[in-house]
Design a protein around this ligand. Structure first.
Ligand SMILES: [Zn+2]
Length: 227
């Protein structure tokens, strides 16, 4: 059996070699980026201006050069085929010092919630899909303690002032909670102006949370201006 499976895998590998998810160049392993794309996409760094009450914002990719297309595939085309690629990116950075530093002492994670209409329309919360294995691997429980009480238009074309107006008060706690002394990690797929995460953080802070961090899959820290 094993012999045939190995032959089949070898044939398959020959006919459909793994390709870089961004530029389609042939690579060694499935879901792996080629060296040039890896260099462009991965950017594990802290934001130097985290919006209060958020203390730290860490991203793992820039919101461009392939990561933007992958996320748009997932969010706007409901294409779940890109999830293994996104998970592999998180897996590749999970032992980085910045990531370990961020997760140290965190009690639990909160996934930025979708409004229930959006959830029904899409069928899944894309951020949860991206981060579920990563959070489980790091023994971080996910608590769904926030809900989105209003449906908002798609924000990606709006500027910061419009986003702030639209998103103000859009999140609420699902139940009365005391989060005193808790260190909470908000995970989000895309961090651009930071308004969404900031609104979530404000609710957590009002419930007593001691420290609030953000881990964003992709973020624009002002380095996309020439793009
Ligand atoms: Zn490539």
């Amino acid at each position: 059996m094993n012999f045939f499976r190995e032959v089949w895998e070898a044939v398959n590998f020959f006919i459909f070699p793994p390709r870089c998810p961004n530029c389609k160049k042939i690579v060694d392993e499935p879901h792996q980026f080629c060296e040039a794309c890896h260099e462009k996409i991965f950017r594990v760094d802290f934001y130097d201006r985290p919006p209060a009450p958020i203390e730290k914002v860490l991203r793992v990719t820039k919101y461009r050069d392939g990561s933007r297309e992958l996320l748009r595939n997932l969010k706007f085309d409901n294409n779940l085929n890109v999830v293994p690629v996104l998970k592999k990116i998180l897996d590749d950075v999970s032992k980085r010092e910045e990531v370990l530093n961020l997760l140290r002492g965190v009690d639990f994670a909160v996934v930025v919630p979708l409004h229930e209409d959006r959830f029904k329309e899409r069928g899944f919360n894309q951020t949860e899909k991206i981060f579920e294995d990563f959070l489980a691997m790091n023994n971080l429980p996910v608590k769904n303690i926030l809900k989105r009480i209003r449906s908002t238009p798609k924000l990606y074309k709006l500027g910061k002032a419009d986003r702030e107006k639209i998103l103000s008060g859009v999140f609420e706690a699902t139940e009365p909670l005391d989060l005193s002394g808790k260190k909470i990690l908000i995970v989000d797929d895309i961090f651009t102006t930071g308004t969404t995460c900031k609104e979530c953080a404000k609710v957590l802070e009002s419930l007593g949370a001691e420290k609030i961090f953000v881990l964003a899959f992709a973020a624009d820290f002002g380095d996309n201006l020439n793009h």
